[in-house]
Design a protein. Structure first.
Length: 616
């Protein structure tokens, strides 16, 4: 998984930074969330291709190899998350052919690279890296020089026909100094359409400082851009893309840190706004009624997603059952084969993915489609792969999320899915018109509950983070909806703080996990409206083993009256179960954030993780 970018400008004064090298580094910064173990750029300068690259994050590499001293009008860049070949200077992109006539960057995996590599080596090509990507540079070179008459685009197509797997490529060629060639299959790629400047990139944030007009490319498309021209082909046909140009209402301000020390904190704080916009968007989405009717008419409802998106799916299952009286079947997307045999045409899959590009979820969607199931997707990224392959797509309006940890996309997913569950209950006749309006009115408070939970919990969380920063392990427990929210709280602590945090239904303690509790072991309780008596029993049970108890609750007095010396994590008051995610979850997002900061980690870029997982 990687981020790629390319920019070509008519004149130097079109660049927003003082050199092309510096420009590419700034554009790559917007994609750093996609990978950050090595970085590199290639530009065409005075008829030559110059490549600079190294292992490390963008800022380190940028000053080490001095990107800023490289100038030109056309260049490409790459930020890497290693899959084939460990992070190293040699394995960093761009890669080039034997003679250095072209340079390319790639996001994806070339599955048959080894066979192609062996064949090219026999023909005398010499490789410098262990990557799958480098074969593409040599493959094009090989084909290009077999026949002098061939134009580059035809050669590119021939090479693409030979490789298997997934790719987004950006390629520069010495003989055509103002062009960037591109190709896309399964990995995301967009074109940024400007005036006297055009760009290609893995994601929208990278082009926003130049344009807010974009063309999301489709699988199988390839072509080239110059500062004033765009050519897209599919097979042998030229694609008419004029009606596909979209205007994006995000701006550079949206995607920069806006004064916060980290994107994660900024995104936690953006949640009230994102929730409001998502709620308004749902109210004006003409698809919702059709989708709900389709769900009501379906035989079975399956729900899928990975990580946080799966956790949002479990909240959907909960409310679909509680409000709509309807059973559904959630599964983690990479485990689709456990259920795909039983799918029929009357079934429907609700696929949840903030990026819309997670390969596990995309594969589950494809497998369900083959078996005839209808697909409803919930995503935050317009025109990404999963919504494009769905029968119905609902977009959250969370805005771009740069921090690797899902925060605002989780709560907006939960809000979107709860909204659908309420619609379902109404159409299915489980809620009267007035109950339906009441439920929507309650859900419309999600934004203010989130805002007040952030405000109320933050000072306490900062204090508790100091106590917890050296913990090796903790439990986060709840009952009913609380046990589902606990899963997301624990994932945040694991991925950002590198602390083993385990979530399970509190009633399970006595069946095994309580054996681990010894003096000082931290145990969190998500104290929900339902099951209070049982939860108090569970708190006492843990306290008697001398665990240190933390309780997220708006009703501190009740806890203090009933249990001894629990540490209270105050959150916003609420009177309906529908609002519990927005009251409890921000406190745990902040907790994971502040533990990470206390330990000197970078919460935006947790180790071993990338924002969007486009490899199986
Ligand atoms: O883009 P997706 O929602 O499909 O991503 C799925 C997971 O990789 C993702 O939710 C991951 O678990 C979060 N980044 C964790 O915070």
């Amino acid at each position: 998984m990687c981020g790629i970018v390319g920019i070509t400008v008519k004149e130097k004064n079109k660049l927003k930074d003082k050199s092309l090298g510096k420009t590419l580094a700034s554009l790559l910064k917007m994609l750093e969330y996609r990978g950050y173990d090595s970085v590199g750029i290639a530009v065409i300068s005075d008829g030559n291709i110059i490549i600079r690259k190294a292992r490390g994050k963008i800022d380190e590499v940028s000053s080490k190899v001095i990107f800023s001293e490289i100038d030109g009008l056309t260049g490409i860049g790459h930020t890497r998350w290693a899959t084939h070949g460990p992070p190293s200077d040699e394995n960093a992109h761009p890669h080039t052919d034997c003679k250095g006539t072209l340079a390319l960057v790639h996001n994806g995996i070339i599955k048959n690279f080894y066979i192609i590599k062996k064949d090219l080596q026999k023909k005398g090509h010499s490789f410098k890296s262990e990557t799958d990507t480098e074969v593409m540079a040599h493959l094009i070179e090989d084909k290009l020089y077999k026949s002098n008459s061939k134009v580059f685009l035809e050669t590119l197509k021939e090479a693409l026909d030979e490789i298997e797997g997934s790719y987004a490529f950006a390629i520069i060629y010495k003989n055509e100094p103002n062009r960037i060639y591109f190709a896309k299959k399964l990995s995301p790629l967009i074109i940024g359409v400007g005036k006297d400047v055009n760009l290609v990139a893995s994601d929208i944030p990278a082009v926003l400082s130049y344009t807010n007009h974009i063309i999301p490319l489709r699988d199988g498309e390839y072509g080239w851009i110059t500062p004033n021209e765009i050519v897209i082909k599919y097979g042998d046909e030229i694609v008419d893309f004029t009606s596909r140009i979209k205007t994006i209402d995000w701006n550079v301000e949206n995607v920069s840190k806006a004064g916060y020390p980290h994107f994660m904190l900024k995104e936690i704080y953006e949640q009230p706004l994102s929730l409001r916009e998502t709620f308004f968007g749902l109210q004006s989405d003409p698809n919702i009624e059709r989708i709900t009717e389709r769900l009501v008419d379906s035989e079975k409802i399956y729900i899928t997603g990975a990580g946080t998106s799966f956790h949002a799916g479990l909240v959907f299952r909960y409310f679909l059952s509680k409000l709509g009286g309807r059973s559904s079947f959630p599964f983690i997307s990479s485990e689709y084969s456990q259920v795909s045999e039983e799918i029929g045409e009357k079934d429907i899959l609700v696929a949840i993915s903030q990026s819309g590009e997670t390969i596990d979820t995309l594969t589950a969607v494809r497998s369900f489609k083959i078996n005839g199931s209808g697909i409803v997707s919930i995503s935050n990224v317009l025109e990404s792969a999963i919504p494009r392959e769905s029968n119905y797509a609902i977009y959250m309006r969370a805005g771009p999320e740069i921090g690797v940890a899902a925060t605002k996309t989780y709560l907006t997913q939960v809000l979107t899915l709860t909204y659908i569950a309420i619609q379902y209950a109404h159409i299915a006749g489980r809620l009267t018109d007035s109950e339906y309006r009441d439920h929507l009115n309650i859900l419309s408070k999600a934004s203010e509950i989130t805002e007040s939970s952030i405000r109320i919990s933050e000072p306490l969380v900062k204090m508790y983070a100091k106590d917890l920063k050296s913990s090796k392990s903790m439990y986060i427990l709840g009952r009913g909806l609380g046990s589902i929210l606990a899963l997301e709280a624990a994932l945040k602590v694991k991925e950002i703080d590198y602390i083993h945090a385990e979530a399970y239904p509190a009633g399970e303690s006595k069946h095994g996990p309580i054996a681990l509790v010894e003096p000082g072991f931290p145990v969190f309780f998500i104290f929900t409206l339902n099951h209070r008596k049982e939860l108090i029993g569970n708190i006492k049970e843990m306290r008697s083993r001398e665990g240190i108890i933390y309780v997220s609750t708006p009703t501190a007095d009740m806890i203090r009256e009933n249990t001894l010396d629990s540490r209270i994590l105050n959150i916003a008051s609420y009177h309906s179960e529908i609002l519990e995610p927005y009251a409890h979850i921000p406190a745990y997002q902040l907790l994971s954030y502040y533990i990470s900061v206390e330990n000197g980690h970078d919460p935006d870029k947790p180790r071993n993780l990338a924002k969007t997982v486009t490899v199986e």
